[in-house]
Design a protein around this ligand. Structure first.
Ligand code: SF4
Length: 229
């Protein structure tokens, strides 16, 4: 479990936090589930800066709604989001997702807010090209971070190194084990911030190539730092 001291130490990762205008923009995106879904598709396999560029490019050319995007010219759409990388795949995916939402959900996503976490995830996983991680980004905006902890490559790596799970662990096991180390009651109201800062630690200190264990606040509770892994 993360101690008070560890949580305080996480504050130093604020220097990597989004700039104010980026955060304001993201809060706006989060208010509309379809916008968040498209933003999350654009974020697959790319940096937050490139995601933002691709999203801005998309907004310039299209109204971000399922009805508009299902009819989009694939080439034009692909060009609009080029800055985000994998633009051809993502353009096809955005069109297919929009089509699915219009044809099966009447063009709406707000009904998902009334569903339990499990039901909402089950429905989201039916969308073309949507996996656990993308589904959880949406679910976390509905249910909050305690119930829908997003596990990406950085979270997976740190969970393995800390000894919380083994190399073959599935998404949901990693999610559960990582979730157990957060003192949710103590960080009530700050869940998103603390989880975000932890993710930044995973990305920058527990980085893929050369983890900086000597300066890591988690060293006392980490298997790798204690040579158990
Ligand atoms: S102590 Fe090292 S391996 Fe463990 S979480 Fe920190 S950086 Fe990663």
């Amino acid at each position: 479990m993360l101690t008070e001291e560890m949580i305080n130490e996480l504050q130093k990762y604020k220097k990597y936090w989004w700039k104010e205008d980026e955060e304001t923009e993201y809060k706006e995106i989060k208010k509309e589930p379809f916008h968040l879904l498209i933003f999350t598709v654009l974020s697959q396999n790319t940096s937050s800066q490139n995601t933002r560029k691709a999203y801005i490019g998309l907004k310039k050319k299209f109204q971000i709604s399922p009805h508009e995007l299902m009819e989009a010219d694939e080439k034009v759409l692909s060009e609009a989001i080029k800055a985000g990388g994998l633009h051809k795949i993502k353009a096809r995916r955005i069109i297919d997702i929009s089509k699915y939402i219009v044809e099966n959900w009447n063009g709406k996503l707000d009904w998902l807010f009334k569903k339990s976490k499990e039901e909402a995830r089950k429905e989201l996983l039916k969308l073309p090209g949507i996996g656990n991680k993308t589904a959880d980004v949406i679910i976390s905006s509905i249910h909050g971070y305690k119930e829908a902890f997003v596990v990406d490559t950085h979270m997976r790596r740190i969970a393995i190194r800390m000894g919380l799970v083994d190399e073959n662990a599935e998404y949901e096991e990693i999610q559960k084990k990582l979730s157990n180390i957060f003192p949710w009651k103590k960080i009530k109201g700050r869940e998103e911030e603390i989880v975000g800062l932890f993710w930044l630690l995973a990305k920058y200190t527990c980085n893929a190539i050369k983890p900086r264990c000597k300066e890591c606040v988690l060293a006392s509770i980490c298997n790798r730092a204690n040579n158990k892994r």
